[in-house]
Write a protein of this length. Structure first.
Length: 375
């Protein structure tokens, strides 16, 4: 997801969806509109509000706009540039850098670099540069998806190639905070790298029990400096001291996260756009119609769960509870409690996974609801 002016642009399976959060107006530009023959893999917006699209096998497209809705499209490629493009970044001069499998390109400089490794061999053919971003000094930081090699590299301004930084896992997303430190989502947890001290800190459930055991796939930083992460089923916030997790009933197979204009946006596989603001989710169903005004669903949670001092949990709501299901960090059902038609259920701590609960769901007359946790 990216902002273009007042519009939010989202990669969907059909193409690019535009959402106007002021007017709740959306429309879809299918791949055929761009004459793209392959899957769109990334989206970027330069300082002139021109949109760039990377594809899995059809190169890179640029949309030049005089005004929104009036555009022409150009197909860019280089004889040596891999047609797969997974990430795009712009330096302080608004020059694009494009990255794919094993290689990345200074497009305006017409230079190609090997991205993940100083040693190239067939075992590294699937090194994918999943995300990259320039810092304030125009150093290019890259997150690489390969477990046997470097997952963080840096191309310093004016350098002739990348400098390997961290190795041993695989990264999918990165963000640079106001102190020029690097946040990465990786297969083994969340990494925080400080270039000044070369210190790398791993945040994972094993060393920080307040962090759910899950695969973190994307991150972004809001205007207040909070770092936001997503897994398939939850949104995680780090405020500099504490981690807080959020989820809702429509939070299912999240794909991307974007902070901007006071909102945190999450896009899900089932084409639901979630807007998170003031600790509440608003669900926007992009499939309900492709043009016209959207209906947003912003409902107060039906139920909440409270941790008690004695280690028990109380689930309460405004309607009768038929059943409460509790899942552990791995998503396995660990406990089922009968509601007996009451609107409050007291759950004893014996056999429960404690404060690292992955999910609580309540079955009731209207269906099933995810419970909002209160700690």
């Amino acid at each position: 997801m990216k902002y273009i002016g007042r519009y939010l642009c989202i990669i969907s399976e059909k193409g690019v969806t535009y959402y106007d959060e002021w007017l709740d107006l959306i429309w879809l530009s299918e791949n055929t509109y761009y004459h793209i023959t392959d899957t769109i893999t990334c989206i970027a917006v330069d300082k002139n509000e021109c949109m760039w699209l990377g594809t899995c096998g059809d190169g890179v497209y640029k949309e030049e706009q005089q005004s929104f809705g009036t555009s022409r499209h150009n197909y860019y490629w280089n004889n040596d540039f891999p047609l797969a493009c997974y990430s795009i970044a712009f330096n302080s001069q608004n020059n694009p850098w494009l990255a794919g499998i094993r290689f990345y390109v200074d497009y305006n400089g017409d230079k190609m670099y090997r991205g993940a490794s100083p040693t190239i061999c067939s075992a590294h053919l699937m090194d994918r540069i999943m995300d990259m971003q320039f810092d304030s000094k125009d150093n290019l930081w890259m997150a690489i998806d390969h477990v046997e090699h470097y997952y963080l590299t840096c191309h310093e301004k004016g350098a002739t190639g990348p400098t390997p930084i961290l190795e041993g896992t695989a990264a999918t997303s990165l963000a640079i905070d106001s102190k020029e430190n690097i946040w990465l989502t990786c297969t083994d947890g969340i990494h925080y790298y400080e270039p000044g001290t070369k210190k790398n800190t791993l945040y994972a459930h094993e060393n920080h029990p307040e962090i759910p055991k899950a695969l973190y796939t994307a991150c972004d930083i809001d205007q207040d400096g909070n770092v936001w992460f997503i897994t398939s089923q939850l949104l995680l916030k780090y405020d500099g001291k504490n981690f807080t997790q959020y989820t809702c009933e429509d939070f299912n197979e999240a794909r991307s996260v974007l902070c901007g204009k006071g909102n945190v946006w999450v896009y899900t596989k089932n084409n639901i756009l979630l807007k998170f603001k003031n600790n509440e989710f608003t669900s926007i169903d992009l499939d309900s119609q492709q043009t016209g005004f959207m209906k947003e669903k912003s409902e107060a949670p039906l139920f909440s769960a409270t941790y008690n001092d004695d280690g028990t949990i109380t689930v309460a709501g405004d309607i009768a509870i038929n059943e409460v299901n509790i899942y552990d960090l791995s998503g396995i059902l660990v406990s089922t409690i009968a509601g007996e038609g009451k609107n409050r259920v007291h759950i004893k701590g014996n056999g429960l996974p404690g404060k690292d609960l992955y999910l609580i769901k309540v079955r009731h007359a209207q269906g099933e609801s995810v419970v909002k946790m209160i700690k």
